[in-house]
Design a protein around this ligand. Structure first.
Ligand code: GLP
Length: 241
């Protein structure tokens, strides 16, 4: 695990975008693993700007998102599918059929999880996986105590995660308590992992991930065992290291 401490969130986004740009230069038909949450938004903006400047293209790329709320229609503004369209896909040249987000509204979610795992394998595996981190150390929606070898599956969200994500839903609007997430084992098979964390609220989780024991209590700590993980943090998120 390589930890890079940068001055501010803009520098984190810039460094992360460099890693994606290098990956696309090496392999234009890369398979990208993508993430939602507020942290990666500035990286997406940086990639969109570089795409508009002609520095990189997504014409041959396929993507797989980490997770999606269960039972939220893909058309709901807070679904991760809509988030990805709004923040990234609608602004780049990726083919619509090449973007996958777990089917949270599938009639048979268990079959949808198995299908997702198969699709990743059929695509040749994930070349570069973008991650954020939850305050409780989750990656994707792999909450504390998740099996460290888990595959794509349905997970119940913790109270803390539900509260953290409540800011995205209108008051009184029903908020999902369950999600489909790539498993920790799935994430660990990515060839390169780029995890972003910014802000003081992530400092304890970053410390547990980097310096703590490898433990299901902090799912991100398993990345210590991954052969090619780059952790990009700003000064605030690094403040407990
Ligand atoms: C959600 C997502 C995670 C993300 C986390 C942190 O729970 N499932 O993938 O890393 O939130 O989000 P933020 O970047 O907004 O702090």
């Amino acid at each position: 695990m390589k930890v890079v401490i940068l001055d501010n969130p803009a520098a984190v986004a810039h460094y992360g975008a460099d890693l994606f740009q290098q990956q696309l230069a090496r392999k234009p038909a890369s398979v990208l693993g993508l993430a939602t949450g507020s942290t990666p938004v500035s990286l997406y903006r940086e990639l969109i700007a570089r795409h508009r400047a002609g520095l990189l293209g997504f014409g041959e790329v396929r993507s797989f998102n980490l997770d999606e709320y269960l039972d939220l229609p893909a058309t709901h503004p807070q679904s991760y599918r809509q988030f990805m369209q709004r923040e990234f896909f609608d602004h780049i040249d990726i083919a619509p059929g090449n973007t996958r987000v777990p089917a949270g509204d599938a009639a048979d979610p268990i079959a949808a999880c198995e299908d997702y795992e198969r699709a990743i394998v059929d695509a040749g595996g994930i070349d570069i996986q973008l991650l954020g981190i939850g305050r409780n150390g989750h990656i994707g929606f792999n909450e504390p105590t998740s099996c460290l070898a888990s595959r794509t599956r349905v997970k119940t969200l913790t109270r803390e995660t539900i509260d953290d994500n409540a800011r995205f839903f209108r008051a009184g609007e029903p908020q999902p308590h369950m999600a489909i997430t790539m498993g920790i084992g799935t994430i660990m098979e990515s060839r390169l992992v780029v995890l972003l964390a910014t802000g003081e609220s992530k400092a304890a989780a970053v410390k547990a991930m980097v310096e703590g024991p490898v433990s299901a209590w902090c799912p991100a700590s398993i990345l210590q065992m991954h052969p090619a993980t780059v952790v990009l943090v700003d000064e605030d998120a690094a403040s407990h290291l």
